[in-house]
Design a protein around this ligand. Structure first.
Ligand code: SAH
Length: 214
């Protein structure tokens, strides 16, 4: 798009919406500076790519607000060695932010069209440490478990037990619980077989849709 400085808009986004609101983790701030959010929004929303808001993507879903992406990523307490599971690939934007920091990212999306589009985009951007799966992520990804960190980017009626089981000891699950329409965002840390819950903020995500047990 002519006459629009995406890089400047992105820097301003990181400074005003993210750093000033209290996100401190240098790895997260650098990842948010690197990932070009405008690649992940719909063509008619390009100029809104660095605004302080979620935006609609296809299939009635949405790309999360930049601040929410940063705050949730910080709450995962990632290192360069982390293996991360993400539930709700959507546009793939959050996936890219995770892949900038962590060693490996496993991402699950129930809508095949979204998973496919995110996979093509992320591969074209050069990400090679991400694995994609289509299906109900509330069951986790048992073949690749345990994970150092797990993030759910859809609002869950309850915390899926499989996700707790697939965390390493001392690992964190970040998940919006409740609603619709609003949820409480929690960081849940595993200590052996007990789980410590910390409230982060109120939030509004599209619902996590679980398959019926067969
Ligand atoms: N992180 C994404 C958020 C997308 S919205 C982004 O910023 O673009 C949440 C996504 O979760 C939607 O794409 C929705 O289809 C997906 N979703 C909902 N329930 C799911 C489930 N049980 N398993 C996997 N994905 C799910």
């Amino acid at each position: 798009m002519h006459n629009f400085d995406f890089a400047a808009a992105r820097q301003e986004m990181v400074e005003r919406q993210i750093r000033r609101r209290g996100v401190e983790d240098r790895l997260v701030l650098e990842a948010m500076e690197r990932v070009e959010r405008h690649r992940f929004v719909a063509a008619d929303h390009l100029r809104l790519a660095y605004e302080d808001t979620a935006l609609p993507i296809s299939a009635g879903q949405s790309i999360s607000q930049p601040y929410m992406v940063a705050a949730m990523t910080e709450a995962l307490e990632l290192t360069a060695n982390s293996r991360v599971l993400e539930i709700g690939t959507g546009s793939g934007y959050q996936t890219a932010v995770l892949a900038e920091i962590a060693a490996r990212v496993y991402t699950v999306e129930r809508i095949s069209e979204l998973s496919q589009a995110a996979m093509e985009l992320l591969q074209s951007l050069g990400y090679s440490s991400i694995r994609f799966r289509i299906g109900d992520g509330s069951r986790g990804w048992s073949e690749e478990a345990p994970f150092d960190a797990i993030m759910v980017t859809a609002g869950a009626a309850h915390v899926p037990p499989a996700l707790l089981e697939q965390l390493v000891d001392d690992g964190c699950l970040v998940i919006p619980v409740g609603g619709p329409p609003d949820q409480d965002l929690y960081q849940i840390r595993r200590h052996g077989n007990s789980f410590e819950r910390r409230f982060i903020t109120r939030c509004r995500f599209v619902p996590l849709i679980e398959d019926e047990e067969s």
